[in-house]
Design a protein around this ligand. Structure first.
Ligand code: NDP
Length: 300
């Protein structure tokens, strides 16, 4: 293996420390405690794990955590009423509605009901537009985490060729916007891209966000390139015993690591950075709301 491992777990710890430092200053100097409200509708097991982890880390960094767990049968009106209440609550600086929502609820309608300045997931249509036009936005957490790791590794990204594989609204598109903002030459590849390996082999930076286990292999990567693997896929692992599973990314780690200059592992890469960036966004939202200077190194 030739590649340097970009340790997202360790880097997330650094981000959390920075967040905790800002929170402490906000409390001591300005008498403000940032607050994050997380809304979970239903009992999806993976969502429950995420929500628990978000709440725990919010409290650990000194912020207030408000959890709202609603029954799976909750109607749109009731959910929208709760969001209106949180929008109006001065103790709440960030609002996150855990996705996916049960099928009877309209996700776009619900997300766009969140006050844009409290939309710490960065999914509100206003934040999407602000990011696309290079203005101050709340930036989606996963791509923000990828950008932080890339900036930390490379310093300046200007002029680099970046290929983002995947064009989803939550990862691929905002990732491409952020790289463009940092003056990369950006290509977005997707399921209809022709000769995709040729496209990725031209890249200095490959960000894989496809949701297909180990799809990107070493022969897709230019020697020395940086590989950011966003994918989280659970696959069978018979070598660990019957019925056992393991987590893999969208990149085949071993073969990519042979060729790449640097690579994020799965687990321990992008995943931990996502929650760290949610905390960072909550502090940023709080500072903006109170007209205070933004925390350095925690925004796009
Ligand atoms: P989506 O399913 O919304 O999007 C996947 C994208 O990949 C689509 O744009 C699709 O193209 C493209 N794609 C699918 N198959 C291929 C293929 N064979 N060749 C090229 N492109 C392809 O996924 P998300 O963006 O939500 O998530 C992507 C991955 O990231 C998943 O593994 C998910 O679990 C993970 N993830 C991880 C997070 C973290 O915190 N680490 C957070 C969010 C997601 P098309 O548009 O043409 O269909």
């Amino acid at each position: 293996m030739g590649a340097q491992i970009i340790d997202g777990k360790a880097f997330a710890g650094v981000v959390r420390e920075k967040v905790a430092g800002h929170v402490s200053r906000l409390k001591q100097v300005h008498g403000v405690t940032p607050g994050l409200a997380v809304v979970l509708v239903g009992e999806d097991p993976a969502s429950q794990v995420y929500v628990r982890s978000k709440g725990k880390q919010t409290v650990e960094t000194g912020m207030n955590s408000y959890e709202h767990r609603l029954d799976a049968s909750t109607g749109e009106g009731e959910l929208l009423d709760l969001i209106a209440q949180l929008n109006a609550d001065p103790a709440v600086h960030g609002i996150l509605v855990q996705l996916p929502l049960p099928a009877h609820l309209d996700e776009d309608l619900v997300i766009n009901a969140i006050a844009p300045e409290k939309d710490v997931d960065g999914f509100h249509i206003s934040n999407v537009g602000l990011l696309a036009t290079g203005q101050k936005a709340m930036v989606p957490c996963t791509p923000l985490g990828c950008l932080m790791m890339l900036r930390d590794h490379h310093g300046n990204l200007s002029g680099m060729n970046a290929v983002v594989v995947g064009r989803s609204n939550i990862v691929g598109k905002p990732m491409a916007q952020l790289l463009l903002r940092d003056s990369c030459t950006v290509t977005i590849a997707h399921s209809r891209t022709k000769e995709i390996e040729e496209v990725t082999r031209r890249a200095d930076i490959v960000v894989a966000a496809v949701g297909r286990p180990e799809m990107v292999t070493g022969d897709w990567i230019r020697p020395g390139a940086t590989v950011i693997d966003v994918g989280i896929n659970r696959i069978d692992a018979p070598e660990k015993g019957q019925g056992k599973t393991r987590l893999v990314g969208d990149c085949h780690f071993e073969s990519c690591a042979e060729v790449a200059g640097a690579i994020t592992p799965v687990p321990g890469g992008v995943g931990p950075m996502t929650i760290a960036c949610l905390l960072a966004n909550t502090v940023t939202a709080c500072c903006r709301m109170h007209g205070l200077s933004e925390p350095e190194g925690l925004t796009a």
